[in-house]
Write a protein that binds this ligand. Structure first.
Ligand code: SF4
Ligand code: SF4
Length: 282
């Protein structure tokens, strides 16, 4: 948080891009490359595979423009790291997080002049759980018109779909859900679902005697994600917050001209998270 705040402040003051370098074994030449360069922030970490997508997304949304992440050397760590990096790239960090092995070429890359991206004050995004932070950061990084991000298999975000014709409301899935993403409505006649709570663990799908449920990885970036809605259709979205007694319709956000692909970001600005996005504050 302190590193992001410092990078955010420095970018606002100087207009220069901020670079974060995360490593476990210091690459040779890093000290020389970063010497006297206040915009390069090298940070030693204990376990590279434990650097999670929520932290990386938060760093990119709230201060740093590019992250250089040292690649794990252990095969098991590589798989974990690849999943986390894939999530970051899909959720708005494409082209802004780069894995490196040795130090070859790192000094040249660190010396390159980059244009800064807009960033949000760190405390705006770091509220609620780490999942909330990841969602709010993704909403800040992706173009404002993006209401939904498709995610790779194994991603810990997504929705469940219900085949109403098969469901007998036995409530087995509700009892087994570890995160309270599923519940039965008061009269017990329908299933209610909160997307932001679902970790895609698959327990509900495996326990359902009717095979009525299926999972779809992804992330809803609208305020709708934190609201309970009825699972009344194949896509798991037809209920809607209004149908479940929620806060009503979610309106489409205006496209953010600063976030269009290919546009350089000449001026660092503080971009408030659009009101229709989930900001971690339900
Ligand atoms: S376990 Fe299957 S049949 Fe039972 S309530 Fe859940 S979806 Fe319906
Ligand atoms: S996939 Fe897991 S977290 Fe999501 S609704 Fe099913 S049991 Fe709950």
């Amino acid at each position: 948080m302190a590193l992001c705040q410092a990078a955010h402040d420095r970018k606002l003051a100087t207009g220069r891009a901020q670079i974060l370098v995360l490593y476990e074994l210091e690459p040779p030449g890093l000290a020389e490359a970063g010497a006297g360069h206040s915009d390069v922030v090298p940070v030693a970490v204990c376990k590279l595979e434990r650097i999670a997508h929520a932290d990386l997304l938060h760093a990119l949304a709230s201060g740093f423009d590019v992250i250089y992440l040292q690649a794990c050397s252990a095969p098991q760590g590589q798989d974990l790291q690849r999943l986390e990096v894939d999530l970051v790239r899909t959720l708005g960090g494409l082209g802004r997080i780069l894995l490196f092995n040795g130090a070859a070429g790192l000094d040249r890359r660190l010396a390159a002049r980059l244009l800064p991206f807009p960033s949000v004050a760190p405390e705006v995004l770091a509220v609620g759980s780490r999942r909330d932070t990841a969602r709010a950061s993704a909403a800040a990084l992706l173009p404002a018109s993006t209401g939904h991000a498709d995610l790779p298999d194994q991603a810990p975000y997504g929705s469940v779909s219900l085949d109403e014709g098969l469901c007998n409301t036995c409530s087995s899935c509700v009892w087994v859900c570890p995160s309270d993403a599923l519940s039965l409505t008061e009269n017990g006649g329908a299933l209610s679902f909160v997307e932001s709570l679902c970790t895609q663990c698959g327990l509900c799908v495996s326990v359902c005697p009717q095979r009525a449920l299926s999972m779809t990885p992804g992330m809803d970036l609208t305020a709708y994600a934190v609201l309970p809605h009825l699972l009344t259709g194949e896509d798991g979205q037809t209920g809607g917050p209004a149908a479940a007694g929620g806060a009503g319709e979610v309106t489409a956000a205006e496209p953010d001209p600063c976030s269009e692909a290919g546009l350089p970001f000449a001026d660092p600005v503080v971009s408030p998270v659009p009101e229709t996005r989930h900001t971690g504050r339900a």
